[in-house]
Design a protein around this ligand. Structure first.
Ligand code: UD1
Length: 357
């Protein structure tokens, strides 16, 4: 039996294809949810929409400072491992749940696999970069989404026989759910029109901690935004920001976090997306929607090199220039990165079946 660990919204999207891959019945697993994300809109709705099985256990850790959250997850997962031990533990992505369960697993002597390993932004101010480095430094098996990521691991002296370039499970989930995307209610209530609006998402600590900086960014986008509307589904960590700020611009639409099928419908029909999420820059690349990333770096360089993504950071001149090119339909052409073909979950299952069952 293999433990598969999830805790946050992007984790759910990334593991869905393991259960839906065509040979998934061969995989004997136990799904553990750390409870890092716990609101219906941040968690259970993804299980419902993506057909993810009910977790065998929810550790129920909830929110807290980084150390508090990490420590709580380690304590709770260790307790579970003391009463029943899998053959192996598989973690995914770069969130606190990933690192915490990786450490707890290795400390109790279990082999560890990491899905989406080898991504590096080389920016150690990002909590996710610390999570990636620590998780990869103690993993035994490495599943990568790109050759770039595999090469990063090789540079860190990981034995190439332990690295499996399997492709991107987030692409699997997107491709297999595209025909089920759902028109969100606001589509009709706002009379949205195809390619006449932008989508904005922001959640990174570095971008949203300083409310003045955040407000300036939003005002700037609104000022230069040559589109009918800007739709901003807001991460719950921004609730108090929304309450304190007075946005009276009718073109700015702030909504609650959306479900997977509704959010991706909105993205698929948008003119462009402005975001600080790495996962969304992958999804926009797959859907060929222009993406402006409000960061100075990315751990997913292929989204910029061959995809639709461009880093604009907090540089308003770049932002303005990019939006005007998008408005004039002059965005770069793009391609799908290698092995983002819907079969990553299948490939991961094949590897796990041979090594851990
Ligand atoms: C986490 C990940 C980030 C990932 C993001 C996806 C880490 C370090 N960060 O960030 O890499 O891109 O998930 O969304 O693991 N909250 C709720 N309800 C919830 C979850 C969170 O209200 O269901 C609020 C809480 O106030 C909490 C805050 O959001 O304090 C931040 O949540 P947390 O899980 O700590 O980090 P995220 O910003 O979601």
């Amino acid at each position: 039996m293999i433990d598969i660990i999830v805790g946050t919204r992007p984790n759910f999207v990334k593991i869905a294809s393991l259960f839906n891959a065509k040979n998934s019945s061969l995989l004997n697993f136990r799904l553990i949810h750390t409870g890092q994300h716990y609101d219906h809109v941040m968690s259970s709705i993804f299980f419902d929409e993506l057909g993810i099985p009910e977790p065998m256990k929810n550790l129920g850790v909830g929110s807290g400072s980084h150390s508090e959250q990490t420590a709580k997850i380690m304590l709770e997962y260790e307790k579970l491992l003391q009463v029943s031990r899998p053959k192996m533990v598989v973690v995914v992505g770069d969130v606190n749940s990933t690192m915490a369960c990786a450490i707890a697993a290795k400390k109790t002597g279990l082999p560890l696999g990491h899905i989406e390993s080898g991504l590096r932004s080389y920016d150690r101010e990002m909590p996710e970069e610390i999570n990636r480095i620590i998780t990869d430094s103690i993993s035994d098996i490495f599943f990568t989404t790109s050759k770039n990521a595999s090469n990063n691991l090789i540079k860190e002296n990981i034995d190439s026989s332990k690295i499996f370039f399997v492709g991107n499970t987030m692409a699997d989930t997107l491709l297999s759910n595209m025909s089920s995307f759902k028109k969100p209610q606001l589509w009709n209530s706002l009379s949205l029109q195809e390619k006449k609006y932008l989508v904005l998402t922001l959640h990174r600590e570095s971008n949203v901690q300083d409310y003045n900086k955040l407000k300036r960014l939003i005002s700037e986008i609104m000022e230069v935004c040559p589109f009918d509307k800007l739709i901003f589904p807001m991460h719950p960590r921004l609730t108090s920001f929304a309450e304190q700020m007075d946005f009276s611009n009718p073109r700015l639409i702030i909504t609650k976090p959306m479900s997977y099928l509704e959010f991706n419908f909105l993205v698929q029909h948008s003119k462009a997306v402005i975001t600080d999420s790495g996962g969304i820059s992958e999804e926009t690349t797959i859907m060929k929607i222009p993406c402006l990333t409000i960061r100075e770096n990315t751990e997913r360089p292929e989204t910029c090199e061959i995809g639709t993504n461009e880093l604009v950071g907090f540089n308003f001149e770049k932002l303005r220039n990019s939006l005007s090119r998008i408005n004039d339909s002059e965005w770069k052409s793009s391609q799908l990165p290698e092995k983002w073909d819907g079969l990553a979950g299948y490939r991961i299952n094949e590897v796990l079946r041979t090594i851990a069952q």
